[in-house]
Design a binder for this molecule. Sequence first.
Ligand SMILES: [Zn+2]
Length: 76
Amino acid sequence: MSRRNGVIYCNRCGSPICTEGEAGKSSFLTICKEWGYFSERKDGTVHRMDLCESCYDAWVRTFAIAPEVEQKTELI
Ligand SMILES: [Zn+2]
């Protein structure tokens, strides 16, 4: 669990990222995956994790195929 007492922690490095109230103004990755019938041994479980931006960068560098990056014209 990477959220404790209203604070979001990075699952990889354990550092606090921000409070849940600041989540909309912070830059980090949240993955929430509900594993279904076709998964191996994870049926019916939900896996949730948060990664800070530098851990995201480090993780992505280990990929054989880099994520697709699209330049959005408007920054929110
Ligand atoms: Zn991290």
